[in-house]
Design a protein around this ligand. Structure first.
Ligand SMILES: Nc1nc2c([nH]c(=O)n2[C@H]2C[C@H](O)[C@@H](COP(=O)(O)OP(=O)(O)OP(=O)(O)O)O2)c(=O)[nH]1
Length: 261
């Protein structure tokens, strides 16, 4: 069996990286059949011809800089041992590498371009000591639900600039993003976009200046790890809670004080 791995960083949310990869198809003329598809995390395609076969697996992982696409190609020529090695070295390996390189260049550009059309949401898990700031929505579809402060990224704006702007607007504080925490699918239609196309990307943040006051939310609350689960969260946020809990377990910076309304 032979194997090659390729890693590409795509400047696009998970959903866009996944959907564009699938729309472009596979980088070789032989059509492969879908074996696994878990949107937007991974897919596997394969084909067998006689005793030879090829499998192409992709894994999509959210990072602070975009989506990391990890691809693995496994194949076997089906020929006897030594002949197989020679055919692979002289013919197949080079073909696979050239096809993948051409495919990946076009793919990264297409995904980055498509990302401009998708509504993106950012959120801040603002930590003070062993507590995180949570906000209760006021009005609209998620009235009364708890969420991370944040909102939609404006056209031409970076995720982190949007995070800082939203926290200033909603809480009147200056925040400093610390580290990327995770990305979740937003299953509803956000701002007229296609269902399921958008995602929310959440950063761990620290308040550098100011005391948070709820300007757009019903109320704010500082919550410890043990009380996170009991809140009535917007459903999309729940998968992020383990990462937030782990953050609070680290202790964090000395506590600055309490705030509400
Ligand atoms: N801010 C925030 N939005 C979330 C979370 N979870 C979640 O599903 N969402 C959804 C709710 C909304 O459909 C969308 C964010 O929209 P928003 O209304 O907060 O954005 P915005 O501040 O830019 O508001 P606007 O321009 O529409 O007035 O993302 C979360 O934890 N924080």
């Amino acid at each position: 069996m032979f194997r090659l791995r390729f890693t590409t960083l795509v400047e696009a949310p998970l959903t866009v990286a996944f959907d564009v990869a699938r729309a472009l198809g596979r980088p070789w003329p032989v059509p492969l059949e879908e074996v696994v598809s878990v949107r937007p995390e991974r897919d596997v395609y394969a084909v067998a011809r006689g005793r030879g076969w090829i499998t192409h697996s992709r894994r999509f992982t959210a990072t602070g800089a975009g989506t990391l696409v990890d691809e693995q190609v496994d194949w076997d020529t089906g020929l006897p041992g030594i002949v197989s090695g020679v055919v692979d070295r002289l013919v197949l390996r080079g073909r696979v590498v050239r096809a993948m390189q051409a495919h990946l260049d076009g793919y990264a550009a297409a995904a980055a371009h498509r990302a401009l059309d998708v509504v993106r949401v950012v959120g801040a898990a603002l930590v003070d000591g062993d507590r995180v700031l949570v906000a209760q929505r006021s009005g609209g579809r998620y009235d009364g639900c708890w969420e991370f402060p944040g909102g939609k990224v404006e056209p031409g704006e970076s995720d982190l600039a949007a995070l800082v702007r939203e926290c200033a607007e909603e809480l009147r504080v200056d925040v400093v993003p610390q580290a990327f925490l995770g990305e979740v699918l937003l299953d509803g239609v956000v701002a007229g976009g296609a269902p399921g196309a958008s995602t929310m990307r959440v950063w761990w943040g620290r308040i550098a200046h100011g005391r948070p006051v709820a300007h757009e939310h019903a109320q704010l609350r500082w919550v410890g790890a043990a009380d996170l689960d009991a809140l009535d969260w917007i459903p999309a946020d729940r998968p992020l809670l383990p990462a937030v809990r782990a953050l609070l377990g680290l202790g964090g910076a000395p506590r600055r004080g309490r705030t509400s309304r």
